[in-house]
Design a protein around this ligand. Structure first.
Ligand SMILES: *Cc1c(COP(=O)(O)O)cnc(C)c1O
Length: 410
């Protein structure tokens, strides 16, 4: 086949890709030939999967799949239009009501993804002349949303209340009558570190300065709190959080995102959240899957799955402690093994792969440079044998002591 001459864009991009490769940051899409679950088939090999966010094993749950299939039969494959046009089917309305009931808020609004939720919501609430203060380790979609809003962006050190207060003082320090609107944005359970925000103190602080709070519970929804609502429920301050965000794509095993809050907030977002207004409604199958997962979450089976998850988390923590890995408190299903160097993280992931464990390296730009890690995540669907296999495989790779030194040096 004749080799086509590269145009100038492609030439430029291949130089950039070469740079990425040189830095040890090349990525490749791996093809999965199985459903999501504790065991997956990749490249013809069956591996135990410790990389998924399907914490409760709902992504391939029979009742969730059945609900999705029934939605296709009843409502079709596509939604046809944005919800404000003619795409707002009974299923969408039902999901929003279900979400509000689940979160214990007046109202809720679902979006096609968690990413779209952030991108639509933050710019709807603040704009030029306002201030957004974001945790240093907040998810990319929260940073992008803050930038897109046009508000002045300030970043506070991760979970650092002193630094947050300094930024709040700065933001609200102007002359009376010239006070900007201030929105604080953070996560409850952090996606790559598995640690949690000091929510009680954070809520106190933002109230003291008259700021608003958007709390992203992407990884905590379904796992924490007496009813599985998330960490805001567990901490007891949910009713003082103006904007509660989450996804339907992690513990709920489906796809989509949501905002839960007051009726006024939701009414306003319907008018101003552009990712909601100008994007086709989520497909019936995804909406019905999320609905079914929400039902399971709130049933006896949901309780049982949560209990099972926490038992598996305990077991994984014992393994890590035995091997000398530091652990975060309180426990979470996200257990980062901080390796430090990108090359070593990739090498360890390959060693684990050879032993039947799927636990790929997480590198820049998902985390900072020199802070590469293996992000171990545990699911209720893992068996005791899966965790035995993990322990045996981890015992064979490198020493944590080495890597901790690395991380602090970098
Ligand atoms: C995954 C994630 C999102 C994005 O959700 P999607 O539904 O995958 O688009 C948003 N916020 C956080 C903290 C996340 O981890």
């Amino acid at each position: 086949m004749a080799h086509q001459r590269m145009n100038t864009l492609d030439r430029e991009l291949s130089a950039r890709l070469a740079e990425i490769r040189r830095a040890g940051l090349e990525r490749r899409l791996r093809r999965l030939d199985s459903p999501q679950g504790p065991q997956i088939v990749v490249g013809g090999r069956r591996l135990v999967n410790f990389a998924s966010n399907d914490y409760l094993g709902l992504a391939n749950h029979p009742a969730v799949k059945e609900a999705a299939a029934k939605a296709v039969a009843d409502f079709g494959a596509g939604a046809g239009a944005a919800r404000l046009v003619c795409g707002s089917q009974a299923l969408h309305q039902q999901l929003d009501e279900q979400l509000a009931a689940f979160k214990g808020t007046e109202a809720a609004l679902s979006f096609s993804s968690g990413y779209a939720t952030a991108l639509g919501t933050v710019p709807a609430l603040v704009s030029r002349g306002d201030v957004v203060i974001v945790d240093k380790l907040a998810h990319a979609c929260l940073i992008d949303a803050a930038r897109l809003s046009g508000a002045t962006l300030r970043v506070f050190a991760h979970n650092d209340l002193k630094d947050l207060e300094a930024k709040l003082r700065w933001a609200t320090g102007g002359a009376a009558g010239k006070q900007p609107r201030v929105l604080v944005v953070t996560e409850s359970l952090f996606s790559m570190d598995g640690d949690v925000a000091p929510l009680r103190e954070l809520v106190e602080l933002k109230d003291r300065y008259g700021a608003w709070l958007l709390l992203d519970e992407a990884h905590a929804t379904g796992l924490y709190g007496a009813r599985g609502r998330g960490l805001a429920e567990a901490c007891g301050g949910a009713d003082r959080i103006e904007v509660q965000m989450g996804t339907l794509s992690k513990a709920l095993g489906a796809a989509g995102g949501y905002i839960a809050g007051s009726r006024v907030l939701i009414d306003y977002l319907i008018h101003r959240a552009r990712s909601f207004m100008f994007s086709t409604a989520p497909v019936p199958a995804a909406v019905a899957a999320a609905s079914a997962a929400l039902q399971i979450l709130q049933s006896a089976e949901g309780q049982q799955r949560r209990a099972q998850l926490w038992a598996r988390v305990d077991r994984a923590r014992q393994t890590l402690a035995k091997l000398g890995w530091p652990l975060a408190e309180p426990p979470s299903p996200i257990l980062p093994l901080r390796v430090g160097s990108e090359a070593r993280a990739v090498a360890w992931a390959e060693q684990l792969w050879a032993q039947g464990i799927f636990l790929p390296a997480i590198r820049y730009p998902t985390v900072a440079r020199g802070q590469a890690r293996l992000r171990l995540s545990v699911s209720a669907a893992h068996t005791a044998a899966d965790l035995d296999q993990l322990e045996a495989a981890l015992a064979g790779v490198g020493q944590p002591a080495l890597s901790v030194g690395d991380a602090s040096a970098g």
